[in-house]
Design a protein around this ligand. Structure first.
Ligand code: HEC
Length: 176
């Protein structure tokens, strides 16, 4: 298996170097389509925006069949509820109770949802459905619009529930 991987890597590098006349450098547009990462502080968020009212329509059309009415869970996980359950013997980890950053919700939905058709939503639709899920959790108020400025400013209930691991062999400074 290792050998196969090595051969594959070598051939990709060789292909890109033009030696065999196959492959080409990706166009900036192609890179842009894949360069989707949004960091916790909001770096990488695109232009656009949306409200929970708009997001409700997106949710009902694109998400409800799997995640259930009002994101309370269906065939797939709930995205609402569980706040206050984390220190109990039956913690319910949802976006609302567990996730530390609202920006991760945008990143995840844009990258991976709807499950079988990721990438079909516009930036406005992703902002809107993000707003809807936050509003269902009582984290933002009705009518609050989510965009590149307001979303990183949302404080998630479990924001301080993650403890940085200070051991020297972990974290960004660790030698790898
Ligand atoms: C076809 C079914 C399906 C549809 C439609 C769908 N999802 Fe999902 N969703 C999933 C599955 C399956 C997972 C778990 C994926 C995994 O763990 O890799 C998931 C996970 C998630 C999670 C992570 C939840 C957590 O706590 O880990 C979020 C957030 C989410 N979906 C949002 C959405 C949104 C928003 C939409 C609509 C735009 C949507 N999903 C549409 C199937 C679906």
């Amino acid at each position: 298996m290792r050998k196969a991987l090595l051969v594959l890597t070598v051939s990709i590098v060789a292909a890109q170097s033009g030696k065999y006349g196959v492959g080409r450098a990706p166009a900036p547009e192609e890179i842009k389509r894949l360069d989707l990462t949004v960091l916790p502080d909001g770096t990488g968020l695109p232009a656009g925006g949306g409200s929970a009212a708009e997001g409700k329509l997106v949710y009902e059309r694109r998400c409800q069949r799997c995640h259930g009415a009002e994101a309370k869970g269906g065939d797939e996980v709930a995205m609402v509820g569980g706040q206050g359950t984390l220190p109990t013997p039956k913690p319910l980890k949802t976006v609302g109770s567990y996730w530390p950053h609202a920006t991760t919700l945008f990143d995840y939905v844009r990258r991976a949802m709807p499950f079988k058709e990721p990438g079909i939503l516009t930036a406005d639709q992703v902002y809107a459905v993000t707003a809807y899920i936050l509003q269902l959790n009582g984290i933002i108020k009705d009518g609050e619009r989510m965009d590149a400025k307001s979303l990183p400013a949302v404080r998630m209930p479990n924001r301080d529930g993650f403890i940085p691991d200070s051991r020297p062999d972990t974290g960004p400074k660790a030698k790898r």
